[in-house]
Design a protein around this ligand. Structure first.
Ligand code: ADP
Ligand code: MG
Length: 348
């Protein structure tokens, strides 16, 4: 199922390491003022002026974080960038540069890496970040991608996980659970394909959730929105592992508890209908699914009037004293302790 638009397969050895880097990176544009030197020297040079720099990095490993039997390489390149930018935005910072490191086995032809880099380039364009470096090496099996993202923030504007206070509102962007249910569809179709490669699946009912899995977006727009609304969250984190795990991170770092209301968790209708089809509880999916790359934040009560009319922001609960603990208040109005059951990549 690997998408190979041009059927040509040029072995990587034909270009050599330097030829390959040059080939993949020669059309990257530089747009950020703070980028002084990008690809082509021993290191990039960045001028932060009077801003603070935030740095974050993430690894994506074939067979652990992605499956190339249903993830097109272009989407993979895009996603590898987006998941890092999401961490920058979660600091309330503006993403400005990335570096991209890849380890690749000789199973991949040049054309495959061109697809990967087309996705990286698209994400860099859309999010307005410069690709300023990276590393290229070989691997004995499979593909590994590591992206480092750099961002800038005015001193004092950065938002940590540790600033939530009792009575703050718990607020989430967008809707949850889509990426996980999209993965369920892709896994199911992979099995169907194995049995009957000629089957033409009708996936119209799943377009939104499949896109949430294959082409996630980072909430750059929310950082601007918060600025425009003049709201500085007291704490913030991006949702990569599932809502409950991220809430617990904030509670632990801020030494607070919380009440999360089950009936407030935003769900897309496609998530609800697909959960019904798979006979899975949609709350469990939102709490534990992960990979939605929405932002979870706490904001002070006095900022509520500024956010209440905004369709991008949903109040899902509030912060309590630490000794009250972190709870889910169910639709039946019972309180159950929140547990972190994020994606466990290390599970066998
Ligand atoms: P060095 O030997 O000093 O590590 P390289 O030959 O690996 O230098 O890299 C040369 C230039 O190309 C550097 O600017 C480096 O950051 C950049 N580069 C190398 N690999 C990649 C890649 N996969 N993506 C983007 N830039 C890369
Ligand atoms: Mg190198």
């Amino acid at each position: 199922m690997i998408e190979d638009k041009n059927q040509q397969r040029t072995p990587l050895s034909e270009l050599g390491e330097f030829g390959l880097i040059e080939h993949l990176t020669n059309n990257f544009e530089i747009k950020q003022q703070s980028t002084i030197k990008a690809i082509g020297d021993d290191a990039a040079v960045i001028d932060p002026k009077n801003k603070r720099i935030v740095v974050t990095t993430d690894f994506l490993v074939e067979g652990v974080h992605f499956d190339l039997s249903y993830v097109p390489l272009k989407h993979l390149g895009y996603k590898a960038v987006v998941v890092n930018l999401s961490d920058v935005y979660a600091m309330n910072a503006e993403a400005t540069q990335i570096t991209v490191s890849i380890a690749v086995s000789n199973r991949f032809p040049l054309e495959a890496l061109e697809e990967l880099y087309a996705g990286i380039e698209t994400a860099a364009k859309i999010y307005n970040v410069d690709v300023v470096g990276g590393d290229t090496t070989s691997s004995t099996s499979g593909l590994l991608i590591s992206v480092t993202a750099i961002g800038e923030v005015n001193s004092g504007d950065e938002v940590y996980r540790s600033g939530a206070k009792p009575n703050d509102l718990l607020v989430v962007t967008g809707d949850l659970g889509g990426a996980y249910m999209g993965l369920q569809i892709l896994e199911r179709e992979k099995e169907v394909f194995k049995v009957n490669p000629n089957n033409q699946p009708d996936l119209d009912a799943y377009t939104y959730i499949m896109e949430r899995q294959l082409k996630p977006e980072a909430r750059k727009d929310i950082i601007k929105l918060l600025k425009d609304l003049e709201v500085k969250p007291t704490a913030m984190i991006d949702i990569s592992d599932g809502l409950s795990s991220e809430i617990l991170h904030i509670c632990k770092a801020s030494r607070v508890g919380c009440d999360l209301y089950e009936d407030k968790i935003p769900l897309d209708p496609q998530v609800i209908s697909t959960c019904e089809e798979f006979d899975i509880d949609s709350t469990t999916v939102a709490l534990s699914g992960g990979e939605d790359y929405e932002l979870l934040m706490t904001i002070s009560q006095e900022d509520f009037p500024k956010i209440k009319a905004n369709p991008n922001l949903t109040v899902i609960g509030f912060i309590t004293e630490e000794n009250a603990g972190a709870h889910l208040v169910t639709r039946a109005e019972t309180k159950i302790p929140l547990k972190a059951q994020g994606w466990k990549n290390f599970d066998s």
